[in-house]
Structures are given as structure tokens and as C-alpha cells.
Design a protein around this ligand. Structure first.
Ligand SMILES: *Cc1c(COP(=O)(O)O)cnc(C)c1O
Length: 302
């Protein structure tokens, strides 16, 4: 509405949700899209910065993505670029430093709306209120949900006033918009995050996880990459010394953890990424206990 353009650019490995438009924007077919079409046109996919797999600097990866967008879409047709500052379902892919700022800068120069999908990475998870802050990127629009209301159903689109106000009166709405109970829960959740400095706590959790996972990676060559930020961290399992995904071992480790009382979640385009997203209210003791089980799981399935 604000730009008068139709095209939307998204990235490899992206996950943006399960409405019809966001399924088109999501990269992975199974289990998110399979059989649920037809999908919207005018959604274009650009290569993501994926340091473990492409070895490119942030600037190089941004130049590659921008080239695809310019050649295949054209800036004048492009309404927006939508990106997860750290990808969630797609494998906790952390873009190389410089990638997001270069992309945002290109968007600003071309009057393209830069939209950060912070639904998974937002609300203190990565050790900042929002993952975009880490490199000082200020998006034009931000999507949030998940952590926003401590589990009550709420989602938000927050943006520059000139963008939000470009819609005619009555054009933005919905049956459940602004549900008072969910909004009260969000205010309570935000207050908890602020008073308990959960961003700081996410950094502490991240330091503990990084230490445990570094030791684990030294012991098990199947762990090809360790990445993430704050309390959003992952390991990618590959055949030793290669980038060939090992989803079988990943599933085996996960099954062992489930059987021993730790709820784990895998992710990634090839299902070979083990992600760690502990609650920010977890104690050091419980976190340590969980990682003891994860370590046992790697030994038991070796
Ligand atoms: C969870 C999530 C969404 C929303 O997904 P739904 O399945 O539609 O609730 C959108 N973007 C990201 C990055 C997410 O992690």
C-alpha cells in the first residue's frame, strides 16, 4: 500500500508462517507448504548469507543477494525485503556480519521497505531486545509474536508512522485485533523482561550453552558448526569434515533426549540442525542438567 508495488523478496531457508502469503514466503515445502497451494505470485527468493556453507563475508553475500533481486525483480517493482535477522526454522542461520546492514542500506536507497521478521528472534531471545539491534539495523517494519505475550495469542506489526498510516481508514483490522486479555499479558510479559533484564539473562544462558557446546563439538566430529546468539543457539550435524547433512544422527540424538526427559527441537532445510531455545527464566542448574542429557545422547548414539 505504501509503495504501490507488488513484489516481495525473501531468502533461502526462510520461515515466515502459515497464512497463504507467508507460506509462499517460506522456503521449505515439507511440512509447511506441501499440498496447501495455490500460493501467491510476486514472491522472489534471494540467496541467504550462510557462513558455514558459503564462506562469504557479509558484504559479499549481500552483493550476491542484491544482484539476484536487481536482475530478477528490479528495485522499481519491489515493495519490500523480508528477512529473519537470525533464521529460526531454517536452521538458526546467523548471517555474516555486515549482511543485514548492507541489505537495509540498499533498501533505503531504493525506497524498498526493509522488514525484519523478529517473531522467533525478538523479545530478548538473542541477548538484545531484538536481533536487529546487534548490528544497529533499524527496520522500517518489524513483525513480532511468540515471546510478546508469554504464550497468549498475540502478534504485532510495528512500523514507521508514514507506512502504517498509508492505509485508508478501516483498511487494517480483524476480529481478534487488540484482544484486551492478550494485550494485558503482553504488557505483563514486557514488564517482566525489563525488571529481570532477560536480555542480560539470555547473554548469560548463551555463554553457558556456548561453553557446553564447544566441549561437545570437540568430542564429536559430527558437529560441523556451532552458531547463534544469546539463548538462541544451534549445532549443525554433518558427516565429519564435510558439509553433507546428517539428519539421521540428528533425529537419533533428539529421540534420546526426549526419552530422557529433555524436550529438544531440530530445524534446518535438511533437518540436521539441533536448536537450543531454553526459557529465559531457566535456572543454571536445570540448564546444566539438560545439557548433561544432550551430552549423553551424543555418546549413546555415536
Ligand atoms: C513462528 C514464526 C512465524 C509465525 O508462524 P505461524 O506458524 O504462522 O504462527 C513467523 N516468522 C517466524 C520467523 C517464526 O519463527
Amino acid at each position: 500500500m505504501a509503495t504501490g508495488r507488488d513484489a516481495v523478496a525473501v531468502f533461502d531457508h526462510a520461515y515466515h508462517g502459515r497464512t497463504n502469503l507467508t507460506m509462499a514466503m517460506t522456503a521449505k515445502n515439507m511440512p509447511y507448504k506441501h499440498g496447501f497451494g495455490p500460493f501467491a505470485g510476486e514472491v522472489y527468493r534471494a540467496p541467504m548469507s550462510y557462513p558455514f556453507r558459503d564462506g562469504l563475508s557479509g558484504e559479499e553475500a549481500a552483493a550476491r543477494a542484491i544482484d539476484v533481486i536487481e536482475k530478477q525483480v528490479g528495485a522499481d517493482n519491489l515493495a519490500c525485503v523480508v528477512i529473519e535477522p537470525i533464521q529460526g526454522e531454517g536452521g538458526f542461520v546467523v548471517p555474516a556480519p555486515g549482511f543485514l546492514p548492507a541489505l537495509a542500506e540498499w533498501c533505503a536507497r531504493n525506497d524498498v521497505v526493509y522488514i525484519a521478521d523478529e517473531i522467533q528472534s525478538g523479545f530478548c531471545r538473542t541477548g538484545d531486545w531484538f536481533a536487529s539491534e546487534h548490528e544497529g539495523v533499524v527496520p522500517d517494519l518489524v513483525t513480532t509474536a511468540k515471546g510478546i505475550a508469554g504464550g497468549l495469542p498475540l502478534a504485532a506489526v510495528t512500523g514507521r508512522a508514514d507506512l502504517m498510516d498509508s492505509v485508508h481508514v478501516g483498511g487494517l483490522g480483524g476480529t481478534y485485533g487488540g484482544n484486551p486479555v492478550a494485550c494485558a499479558a503482553a504488557l505483563g510479559a514486557l514488564e517482566e523482561m525489563r525488571t529481570h533484564d532477560l536480555a542480560g539473562r539470555a547473554r548469560q544462558i548463551g555463554a553457558i550453552m556456548h561453553e557446553r557446546l564447544t566441549a561437545l563439538a570437540a568430542e564429536h566430529s559430527v558437529i560441523g558448526d556451532l552458531r547463534g546468539r544469546g539463548a538462541m543457539m544451534a549445532i549443525e550435524l554433518c558427516e565429519p569434515g564435510t558439509t553433507l547433512p546428517d539428519p539421521v544422527r540428528t533425529a537419533a540424538v533428539s529421540a534420546y533426549c526426549h526419552a530422557h526427559g529433555v524436550v529438544t527441537l531440530t530445524c534446518g532445510t535438511w533437518g540436521n540442525v539441533f536448536r537450543f531455545l531454553p526459557p529465559l527464566a531457566i535456572s543454571d542448574e536445570l540448564l546444566g542438567e539438560a545439557f548433561d542429557v544432550v551430552s549423553e545422547a551424543f555418546r549413546a548414539t555415536a
